[in-house]
Ligand binder design. Structure first.
Ligand code: GLV
Ligand code: GLV
Length: 323
């Protein structure tokens, strides 16, 4: 069968696909437009896409042969899954293989922001380090502080468990009680308001869905401690980015560590000029191991889906119940 891959991904995934199918890969090192995706999808049975591709109903219905969409990401808010289901097309994602990489990055951002690592690195490189200074680069403590985890799915739970070494009190909000976290680190399920008011560090691990859009805005920043640090490695639109820039500028909070942005790849200009924010280019899952495993997992899902079998990480298994 024929597969279109919307961007070059690590070779082991492409090799798996090539063993059984014909693949065509976007030759450019850039995101394709919707028009280009539709054009390239003509005559293809499978679509392997990225989180940067808008796979809406128009794309999905454009090729009647389409039998499988494998997304190279855990988050799939860019895909109209309902439209795919209606069209009888299974959709898969790549959960699990990036849980540690992503939760590690949330910690990297937390420490970088709390201890002003990026700001201090720039300062040092600029030749401004004139010897030990009792007043230089004061940050905030991590050990023994209160950690607020918003969303305790795979990534949020892994992030929370890693706090153990820092002897933190862990608060969380999640739809369901997380018995494992309560047992292992005495995490406490609280209301969103309590989490905002009592946490020293707040880390977001929710999917982007209508109820999480702008979950953090001006009202929420005003509830946080003045010394609070906000970390986002989930999806940009979970935070109202304009309100965030205002909160950082007016020092309503101590700082923020961001891997994702509301209008990627655009970033609210003011953030670029602020020292109390650490900016990563949506690279939380970018370890050699994690990105390679994402590629092989996406390929395995594609191969199963094209056989007419339920892919191991199918998001819309209803497709198989309909037939
Ligand atoms: C990355 O953001 C992912 O969803 O895999
Ligand atoms: C990510 O894998 C999540 O389910 O939170």
């Amino acid at each position: 069968m024929k597969i279109f891959v919307t961007r070059k991904i690590p070779k082991p995934g492409l090799d798996l696909l090539r063993k059984e199918h014909d693949i065509e890969i976007n030759p450019f090192n850039r995101v394709l437009t919707k028009k280009e995706i539709i054009k390239n999808l003509k005559g293809k049975d499978g679509l392997l896409c990225l989180l940067t591709d808008q796979i809406d109903e128009e794309v999905i219905v454009s090729e009647p042969r389409l039998k499988m969409i494998a997304c190279y990401a855990v988050g799939y808010d860019n895909i109209d899954v309902k439209a795919a289901t209606k069209q009888g097309v299974p959709v898969s994602n790549t959960p699990g293989v990036l849980t540690d990489a992503t939760s590690d990055m949330a910690w990297a951002l937390l420490f970088s922001t709390a201890r002003r690592i990026v700001e201090a690195d720039k300062f040092t490189r600029a030749g401004k380090f004139n010897g030990w200074d009792p007043m230089l680069m004061h940050g905030v403590d991590v050990t023994g502080k209160t950690l607020g985890v918003v969303g305790t799915g795979r990534i949020g739970a892994a992030f929370a468990l890693k706090s153990k070494g820092f002897d933190m009190k862990v608060l969380y909000v999640n739809l369901d009680k997380n018995v494992d976290l309560e047992k292992k680190i005495y995490a406490k399920k609280v209301t969103f308001e309590v989490l905002l008011k009592e946490s020293d560090f707040i880390s977001l691990h929710v999917p982007l869905i209508p109820s999480t859009y702008h979950l953090i805005g001006e009202k929420e920043f005003k509830m946080m401690k003045k010394t609070a640090v906000l970390i986002n490695s989930s999806r940009g639109p979970v935070i109202d980015e304009k309100a965030l820039a205002k909160a950082l500028k007016k020092k309503w909070i101590f700082g923020a560590g961001l891997d994702v942005y509301e209008h990627e790849p655009k970033i609210t200009k003011e953030l670029l000029y602020l020292d109390n924010v650490v900016l990563q280019p949506h690279s939380a899952s970018a370890t050699i191991k994690s990105r390679t495993q994402m590629a092989t997992l996406a390929a395995e899902n594609m191969i199963e889906g094209l056989k007419g079998l339920i892919p191991p990480n199918c998001i819309n298994p209803e497709v198989f119940k309909q037939s």
